[in-house]
Design a protein around this ligand. Structure first.
Ligand code: ATP
Ligand code: MG
Length: 590
């Protein structure tokens, strides 16, 4: 919240990061790392292409396939039905070579877009890496999308190839194929034979393709990935990323995920979202660690079992999953051996202080929040393993990243030096994984930049020690009786009430005070939505936040509308409350 009030979250005691399972962090001294940082030194830790240039897939796979990690498991896919398939770095190199040759044989070349619509099976990962090797562009779609959003994205992205399964093809694509004239081939990951001249069997093409492929010279500025944003605030944008992004994937894998060569890493995000590609494919492979991939959807017991049985040591997940686990309660360590777990990270939404502390109680290690966006291509602000955690804070900027709180006025962008003042979170527009375009929307792209800054659209503030605190998305900020209220602060306090599992807060137009704060609250298991409970939550919030900021209204809700990537869609809460048009719902979870 803005307006000079002391910050409740800032008074929470720091959590000491020297808990159990301690391993010397790759980044032991944050200040020293910031002083000595250069992107050249990151590049020096990578290989570069033998023929010149920089290619993500070479750094992620081929480099290790020729080195000491060649026989190490690169990807372990846990099938939904209990099956398990593994690929070593050497095998992944050969299979992705085959896929690159399949594309070449289809006449698909540099810069052309290869989409996927697939569950998390090995073929998806092989296709991603093979596409990058071929200098084509990989564009993963979330497999739960319906036909409308699929067509819209394939058309907007000029999709040439779609990698999918027979079932997904039948269910979602066959009926709309006429609307996709630019699509040259559909590769079915599980079909033994070709269906017709366009719908082809990937296993058959792979069997006929050579396992040898020489990556063509790749310019670091060549387009590599196309990612659609989550659509939390409006229609999804198509962000273009280039091969040079690999520098940031590597640096953050080292400094934030703290990957050590004997780690087992699990990123729970689907590659349909940028997290599931940058950190669910690229970063762990770059560091030669074994990554676990779970085909199945969220299931609390299954997740605890995966963590225990796979001896996961570094776990990257999201607040929405953490809140679901919190809601169920219980102590997983009574049933599962989670001793291997040494680092837990979260991204995608603000991580409430209550969740940080729950992590510490439940796993013996706190959950480390970090902030970034589809547009940034990778982590920008993080709670580093060697730094103290301030629960509720997103942490400190990555060495090499210049962040600022800015005010955007008539004269353009102005930096706010003074700590504690809220403004827009901006980044100096010069990092390697910065998006290079919104595809086919130059004007929108240009509007994101001013005076050398990239403007994130998120509101935040920085404390005296340089930690960044999320306030809310620009569109979600509530103006009430002269105060600016960030929904995150109110939601975090509501979540501290023993009956509340989750909260979404919006502003409702009010003739007297501009907007009133209204909260939608879902309850923990076993709690009943009574009038008495409503009063108890209102009173609790008023005591913590003061009457100006506390919600005036509370509505109980079974669940909150969220994107498929797990973000609360406050714009939808608002639209429904006010009876307005609901807008683009392509990413709304079922
Ligand atoms: P769209 O741009 O289409 O509305 P989106 O912004 O949700 O969707 P993403 O790029 O997936 O799409 O998400 C980035 C946004 O997620 C950030 O701008 C921020 O609002 C939110 N976010 C990510 N990590 C954090 C975090 N640690 N704390 C608070 N917010 C976060
Ligand atoms: Mg966004």
């Amino acid at each position: 919240m803005v307006g000079g009030r002391s910050d409740a979250a800032a008074m929470i005691p720091f959590i000491d990061s020297t808990a159990a399972q301690w391993v010397r962090p790759n980044l032991p001294d944050y200040a020293a790392a910031c002083r000595s940082f250069s992107w050249e030194s990151v590049l020096a830790e990578l290989d570069g292409l033998p023929g010149g240039g920089l290619n993500i897939a070479h750094e992620a796979v081929d480099r290790h396939a020729r080195g000491r990690f060649r026989d190490r498991v690169a990807i372990r896919c846990l099938g939904a039905m209990g099956d398990r398939r593994e690929l070593s770095f050497a095998e992944l190199a050969v299979e992705s070579n085959r896929f690159a040759n399949v594309l070449r044989a289809l006449g698909v070349g540099r810069g052309e877009r290869v989409f996927s619509l697939s569950r998390r099976v090995p073929e998806l990962y092989i296709a991603a890496l093979g596409t990058l090797k071929n200098t084509s562009v990989f564009c993963p779609l979330f497999p739960a999308f319906g036909p409308g959003p699929i067509v819209e994205r394939l058309v907007r992205g000029n999709g040439r190839v779609l990698v999918t399964s027979s079932a997904l093809y039948r269910e979602k694509v066959a009926g709309v194929i006429d609307q996709l004239p630019e699509l040259r081939a559909l590769l079915l990951t599980d079909a033994p034979d070709h269906w017709d001249g366009k719908v082809l069997s990937l296993p058959r093409l792979m069997a006929e393709a050579s396992g040898v492929f020489r990556i063509p010279p790749t310019d670091p500025e060549d387009m590599a990935l196309l990612h659609f944003t989550s659509g939390t605030t409006g229609p999804p944008k198509a962000a273009v990323h280039v091969h040079q992004a690999v520098l940031l994937h590597y640096a953050t894998g080292r400094d934030v995920l703290d990957l050590h060569s004997n780690d087992v890493f699990w990123c729970t995000a689907d590659p349909g979202w940028v997290t599931g590609t940058s950190y669910g494919i690229i970063a762990p492979l770059l560091h030669g660690v074994t990554m676990v991939v779970d085909e199945a959807d969220f299931d609390a017991e299954r997740w605890y079992r995966v963590l225990a049985e796979q001896r996961v040591s570094v776990w990257y997940t999201a607040p929405t999953a953490i809140r679901r686990l919190m809601r169920l309660g219980g102590d997983p360590r009574e049933r599962h051996d989670l001793d291997a777990l040494r680092l837990i990270l979260s991204v995608g939404e603000p991580l409430n202080p209550e969740a940080v502390r729950w992590g510490e109680r439940t796993f013996g290690v706190p959950i480390r929040d970090n902030w970034w966006q589809t547009e940034t291509g990778g982590i920008m602000i993080a709670n580093f393993p060697a730094c103290e955690i301030r629960p509720g804070s997103m942490g400190l900027p990555l060495p090499g990243i210049e962040a600022a709180i800015v005010r955007v006025g008539e004269n353009g962008v102005e930096e706010i030096e003074e700590p504690g003042i809220e403004g827009e979170l901006a980044l100096r527009a010069n990092w390697p994984s910065m998006f290079r375009a919104y595809l086919h929307d130059d004007e929108r792209y240009r509007k994101c930049f001013s005076r050398g800054w990239y403007l994130s659209g998120d509101r935040a503030k920085r404390d005296a020690e340089g930690y960044y605190w999320f306030v809310g998305r620009g569109d979600d900020i509530i103006k009430t009786a002269g105060h600016m209220v960030g929904p995150f602060e109110v939601e975090s306090v509501l979540m501290e009430h023993p009956a509340v599992a989750e909260a979404g807060v919006i502003g409702k137009p009010d003739p007297l005070i501009g907007q009133v704060v209204k909260a939608f609250v879902s309850l923990k298991e076993g709690c009943l939505p009574t009038e008495e409970l409503r009063r108890s939550i209102l009173g609790f919030a008023r005591k913590r936040l003061g009457s100006a900021v506390a919600p005036k209204e509370i509505a109980f809700s079974e669940g909150l509308p969220r994107t498929r990537s797990g973000k609360i869609m406050r714009r939808l809460l608002r639209a429904r409350e006010l009876g307005l048009a609901e807008g683009d719902l392509s990413t709304l979870e079922d």
